[in-house]
Design a protein around this ligand. Structure first.
Ligand SMILES: *[C@@H]1O[C@H](CO)[C@@H](O)[C@H](O)[C@H]1NC(C)=O
Ligand SMILES: *[C@@H]1O[C@H](CO)[C@@H](O)[C@H](O)[C@H]1NC(C)=O
Ligand SMILES: *[C@@H]1O[C@H](CO)[C@@H](O)[C@H](O)[C@H]1NC(C)=O
Ligand SMILES: *[C@@H]1O[C@H](CO)[C@@H](O)[C@H](O)[C@H]1NC(C)=O
Ligand SMILES: *[C@@H]1O[C@H](CO)[C@@H](O)[C@H](O)[C@H]1NC(C)=O
Ligand SMILES: *[C@@H]1O[C@H](CO)[C@@H](O)[C@H](O)[C@H]1NC(C)=O
Ligand SMILES: *[C@@H]1O[C@H](CO)[C@@H](O)[C@H](O)[C@H]1NC(C)=O
Ligand SMILES: *[C@@H]1O[C@H](CO)[C@@H](O)[C@H](O)[C@H]1NC(C)=O
Length: 424
């Protein structure tokens, strides 16, 4: 709800005068609908609270006394005229002049410039005083961080502020602690400064012209589009081509979702399995990617090796899916590899185990081995059967011969006795 309200407020910057604390009070029982009366404007009509089109329309009803301040803050009062809710306490991706992020709060990027749903990056004003950027759904720990003001440990009540001259700064209770931007920009009636964490994970201070209805960035947290961790998803790595961040997949890997880098990359072959007794390493090969750095997921380190030794060590190990090789050190890795990016100053090699052409897509199918065993068994039975049959025929033949011989012998005996009798 809070996020939604804030998004609604940002929806329109409708011109004119710079404001003091003028406010437009909306009385109890007023309502907005997406079709008629879709917005409430601030006195200068600079800000509007209301509906704007995005995928589906929203309906918002206000049931308490509410007001729209000329700073862009949407405030809800109770009957005692004290503030019970204000949009400035619930920022999503943008900070307006006069607004601040207090300790423990964070801003989130949008999914894209045209889609305000939750994106994949966040900017957190930590309780320790450090202002840090992380991917969403990750722990607040150093390996996930990709931007930090380095002000950890200075106090537990540090907040991030934006002034109406574009000055972005950290405040320790009431003491100015660190200026992120210079500020001092002309305070013109037709210009408003705002800070926004963009869908690409970089946060920028914009100068927005109310007359022209256009914006331009006057400061950014980094100029390297590959800095935001997680921009390429798992098993992908970021590289700058013509100053534009671009994601590539490791060799043998394809994008999970075309056009969606953060979904990462997956193998285009079936992984090696350790279930088989015989080595299947002959169905795999190692591919090399130069000058990339990755989050370490080492499970074994081999020292004093060559690149070839490292490749062989990974090939011979059914658990090994990749290896990092640098300074004669071979670090065996399990997938997925994360936070990959090209760094031409780093001689690190990533050696990736890939399926070769000898086998179809499915890799070394377990079933095939079983089938082979089955065939062998049937051949064995056949051989045994034939042997038995031949043996049986032989026995039959021999016994036939013996019976015949015995018969002939008996006949002769009878004839002999007859002739003896005849002789008598
Ligand atoms: C629009 O809002 C104004 C002020 O709240 C109210 O007087 C008017 O009746 C509303 N019009 C419609 C169509 O709801
Ligand atoms: C709006 O309400 C606030 C608080 O109740 C009050 O101080 C202010 O004078 C009101 N403004 C107008 C223009 O009615
Ligand atoms: C920040 O404020 C705290 C208490 O308010 C104080 O102890 C600390 O020294 C301050 N730090 C700096 C760098 O001024
Ligand atoms: C924390 O800082 C805010 C200003 O950013 C100040 O108003 C408040 O009094 C401070 N709280 C404490 C406990 O120092
Ligand atoms: C930041 O800039 C403001 C205005 O120029 C200045 O008053 C303040 O001392 C600066 N703060 C620091 C920590 O340099
Ligand atoms: C807006 O556009 C005009 C004309 O193209 C340009 O002169 C001006 O600098 C732009 N302002 C901003 C804030 O981008
Ligand atoms: C898998 O990827 C490798 C390298 O990217 C490629 O050479 C191979 O043709 C691909 N195989 C399939 C089945 O797509
Ligand atoms: C892109 O992939 C991410 C991660 O799988 C997912 O959260 C997001 O919804 C996807 N975006 C689109 C536009 O499909």
């Amino acid at each position: 709800m809070a996020a939604l309200l804030w998004l609604l407020i940002l929806s329109a910057f409708h011109a004119v005068a710079l404001a003091q604390q003028r406010q437009f009070n909306i009385t109890l029982g007023s309502s907005l609908t997406p079709t008629t009366n879709s917005s409430w404007f601030s006195p200068s009509r600079r800000f509007a609270f209301g509906f704007y089109e995005q995928n589906n329309g929203y309906a918002v009803g206000i049931s308490i006394v509410a007001s729209m301040l000329d700073t862009g803050n949407f405030v809800i009062y109770n009957s005692d005229h004290s503030i019970i809710w204000q949009s400035f306490d619930n920022p999503t991706n943008t900070l307006l002049p006069g607004q601040h992020i207090s300790a423990g709060q964070e801003l989130f990027s949008s999914a894209s410039e045209s889609d305000d749903s939750l994106g994949i990056f966040r900017l957190k004003m930590q309780d320790d005083g450090n202002l840090v950027q992380y991917p969403v759904n990750t722990a607040d720990s150093a390996p996930n961080a990709y931007y930090a003001t380095g002000t950890g440990g200075v106090g537990n009540n540090v907040s991030l502020h934006l002034d109406d001259d574009g000055l972005l700064y950290l405040l320790n209770s009431t003491k100015s602690l660190k200026n992120l931007t210079q500020g001092g920009n002309p305070r013109e009636r037709t210009i408003i400064y705002m800070m926004k964490i963009d869908a690409d994970g970089i946060f920028r201070v914009y100068s927005h012209s109310l007359n022209q209805q256009n914006s331009s960035a006057i400061w950014s947290s980094t100029i390297d589009g590959c800095d935001p961790k997680g921009i390429c998803g798992l098993n992908g790595f970021c590289t700058n081509i013509d100053d534009q961040a671009k994601c590539l997949c490791l060799p043998g890997f394809d994008f999970v979702m075309l056009g969606n880098w953060s979904a990462g990359c997956e193998r285009n072959f079936t992984a090696e399995t350790c279930r088989l007794k015989e080595s299947t390493s002959k169905y795999y090969a190692m591919r090399t990617v130069e000058n990339t750095v990755w989050e370490d997921s080492t499970y074994v380190v081999l020292g004093g090796t060559t690149k070839e030794d490292c490749e062989q060590a990974c090939l011979q190990d059914c658990n090994c899916e990749a290896a990092l090789f640098k300074d004669r050190e071979c670090r065996k890795q399990k997938l997925p590899l994360t936070y990959g990016r090209r760094n031409l100053d780093n001689s690190n090699l990533v050696l990736v185990k890939v399926g070769t052409n000898f086998i179809p897509n499915e890799g070394v199918p377990y079933q095939t081995i079983e089938e082979t065993k089955g065939k062998k068994l049937r051949i064995d039975i056949l051989i045994a059967g034939i042997t038995l049959a031949v043996f049986a025929l032989l026995v039959l033949g021999i016994s036939g011969f013996l019976i015949h011989r015995n018969h002939v012998w008996t006949c002769r005996k009878i004839q002999e006795s007859r002739s003896v009798l005849d002789d008598i």
